[in-house]
Design a binder for this molecule. Structure first.
Ligand SMILES: Nc1ncnc2c1ncn2[C@@H]1O[C@H](COP(=O)(O)OP(=O)(O)OP(=O)(O)O)[C@@H](O)[C@H]1O
Length: 205
């Protein structure tokens, strides 16, 4: 799986957030998308996910065959602060619902995801009663445990304490190796496993 960016640019009104990005993301590699607050990391990730259209240039998604941008969501798992979970669902219901749309990683099932989350006392609790850190753990577990070639993590350790951050790095060890991983971040400890780094500030023209 590859994501090929050709002369990619995105603007909001007259402001170019990034311009002229030529880059190839490949499966089995991990990439950090870097830049200060408001520089455009989330915007670039949204364009890569097909949630926003490019203002110029194009993105080619290559699997065995070319994948149309409108179908790329089938190949992606996303964890991000702006991603909403359904507050009325319990944790068990959230897991069951998510995996109606995505397959489990090899060897996992609902019980294993619950185990991994280490929130077993909360399995029958509606998510509206979860703390922000518990919600973030849930989003990360759903994304890591789904069998998709692309894994997108925007600010993955937001709301996590140091124990939660170690737990996240353990998920990276277990479930990120063979995938195309994109991490939007400005915290070194959450992207230090990424051999490739792309700074949005290099694409401001
Ligand atoms: N829908 C929109 N309309 C207009 N401007 C927008 C829109 N979405 C984002 N922006 C602007 O695009 C710029 C980049 O925002 P973005 O959220 O991508 O930055 P970021 O690097 O992810 O920031 P942070 O680290 O704070 O999450 C900001 O100036 C933001 O105000």
């Amino acid at each position: 799986m590859q994501i090929i960016l050709e002369n990619l640019g995105r603007r909001f009104n007259k402001e170019w957030i990034f311009k002229e990005i030529n880059y190839v993301f490949s499966q089995g590699q991990q990439y950090a998308i870097l830049g200060p607050n408001g520089s455009g990391k989330s915007t670039l990730l949204s364009v890569l996910l097909g949630n926003l259209t490019p203002s110029e240039g194009r993105i080619i998604y290559k699997g065995q065959e070319e994948i149309l941008p409108e179908n790329i969501f089938n190949y992606v798992s996303l964890a991000a602060p702006y991603l909403d979970l359904i507050d009325e669902f319990t944790l068990q219901e959230t897991i069951a619902f998510h995996f109606e749309f995505k397959r489990y990683q090899h060897g996992l099932d609902a019980a294993a995801v619950l185990d991994l989350l280490a929130l077993s006392k909360a399995e029958d609790k509606p998510l509206k009663y979860f703390s922000s850190g518990m919600k973030q753990r849930t989003k990360l577990a759903l994304a890591f445990c789904a069998d998709t070639p692309i894994l997108v993590l925007d600010e993955p350790t937001s709301n996590l304490d140091t124990q939660g951050t170690d737990w996240y790095l353990n998920l990276v060890e277990k479930f990120a190796k063979d995938r195309l991983v994109l991490v939007g971040s400005n915290q070194a400890y959450e992207y230090q496993f990424c051999p490739h780094q792309l700074n949005i500030l290099s694409y401001k023209k």
